[in-house]
Design a protein around this ligand. Structure first.
Ligand code: ZN
Length: 282
């Protein structure tokens, strides 16, 4: 059963997790296994529990390529042989919660490289993020890095929804996973929210990045559409339950997360260049 589930796409995993408690627990085990695989690339197993405990305690979240590599349907089919996991992790942390990360990450072998204001750093994110800190760990094979964005205000969601591309609006908390553009994720696609973003070197966890969807209407993914986080309409959400399936025991899915109670509006542009879309403009 677990071998079969390992090769199921994300939609199937979500469906199986809703069938009954046994299905939910099996899916949770598969996801926790995948999370450990990805996290192992950043820190030894003995640090995983404390990493998630801290994430849970301060309500921070990992976003971008790490949760993408857990949820993306290309996770098994495109990586036969040598698997290249993400080497850079993004974390959004609440206001005044940057400093404690130094202790957590130093224990996992990271050194802080710099800590700077986000002014002039990432134009779009500076409105919502007060500071950014970069941490690096080097081993024999490769350099790993973690960037932490400290929110200027209460919600870390504002920081994440100001990301440079839609694939970065994919989130892992201590017990849940979210995709704010699930149909794009399913197609291994990402739209630029900032014109300056270039295509990253191709890897299975780097989706193809474009300015607009081709060949079909944008729907909810249109850059011109204002969306709201209220009740997480159009957002893919799954409670994975923590490394030991100890969290979110009752809430499998739906809009019971803290994020669903926020009222943040966002969009990823002000023009749509998709000729198939009703919002098309040059
Ligand atoms: Zn459009």
């Amino acid at each position: 059963m677990y071998i079969i589930l390992e090769f199921c796409d994300w939609t199937t995993l979500v469906t199986v997790s809703h069938v009954d408690r046994a299905g939910r627990n099996r899916v949770r085990r598969i996801i926790a296994l995948q999370i450990r695989r990805v996290l192992r690339n950043f820190m030894d197993d003995r640090h995983h529990v404390s990493f998630f405990a801290y994430l849970h305690e301060i309500r921070a979240a990992v976003f971008g390529s790490v949760p993408w590599s857990i949820m993306s349907d290309t996770r098994y089919f495109c990586c036969r042989g040598w698997v290249r996991w993400p080497t850079h992790m993004l974390i959004a942390t609440p206001a005044d919660m940057l400093h404690p990360w130094i202790t957590v990450l130093e224990k996992a072998g990271y050194k802080q490289i710099y800590n700077r204001s986000t002014y002039g750093y990432i134009f779009n994110i500076r409105k919502w993020a007060k500071r950014a800190a970069l941490f690096e760990r080097e081993d024999r094979l490769q350099k790993r890095s973690i960037t932490i964005f400290e929110a200027r205000f209460d919600s870390i969601l504002q920081v994440i929804l100001s990301s440079l591309k839609t694939s970065d609006m994919t989130i892992m908390t201590s017990s849940r996973l979210f995709s704010f553009y699930p149909t794009l994720m399913k197609g291994n696609q990402s739209l630029r929210a900032q014109p300056s973003v270039s295509d990253a070197p191709r890897a299975w966890w780097h989706p193809s990045v474009s300015d607009y969807i081709t060949g079909r209407p944008c729907g909810i993914n249109c850059p011109k559409i204002w969306r709201s986080t209220t009740k997480l309409e159009g957002v893919g959400e799954l409670a994975w339950g923590g490394l030991d399936n100890e969290l979110d025991v009752a809430g499998n899915m739906g809009s019971s997360s803290v994020f669903a109670k926020t009222k943040i509006r966002w969009r990823i542009g002000n023009k749509c260049r998709n000729p198939f879309c009703v919002n098309f403009s040059l």
